[in-house]
Design a protein around this ligand. Structure first.
Ligand code: DGP
Length: 111
């Protein structure tokens, strides 16, 4: 089981801020902004590359919906959602996750 599967299953601790049937969200261990939350599907998908059918698309959509709800409940007017796909893009944990970042001015393009 991968580390994010273990967090979703409650087998290792995390600072969980949101959970439902499809999605778990928790604070990033190494925050890059005052708000930095990871939103993951409870089921293991490696990355966006695994969104290949209706079931995986539903789960990915639930991740986006959860991110929007978390942002709204936190009163965030601006925020960024990032997902890295592959090592060269910065992916280090191979379980699909959305980074929800907020609380500072963001630059563009990302490095
Ligand atoms: P990425 O580089 O896009 O794969 O992002 C992985 C993120 O996951 C990175 O920002 C650090 C975070 N992370 C890695 N392991 C853990 C963990 O065990 N707990 C928490 N809360 N975050 C983790």
């Amino acid at each position: 089981m991968c580390i994010f599967c273990k967090i979703a299953a409650g087998e290792i601790p995390a600072n969980i801020v949101y959970k439902n049937e499809h999605v778990t969200a928790f604070k990033d261990l190494n925050p890059q902004a005052p708000t930095h939350i990871l939103v993951i599907p409870n089921q293991h998908l490696e990355s966006v590359n695994d969104i290949v059918d209706d079931a995986s698309a539903l789960v990915a959509g639930e991740c986006l919906r959860a991110a929007r709800e978390i942002a709204q409940q936190a009163g965030l007017s601006s925020y960024r959602i990032v997902t890295n796909i592959g090592a060269d893009a910065g992916q280090s944990v191979f379980h699909l996750h959305l980074h929800l970042l907020a609380g500072r001015k963001m630059s563009w393009p990302p490095g």
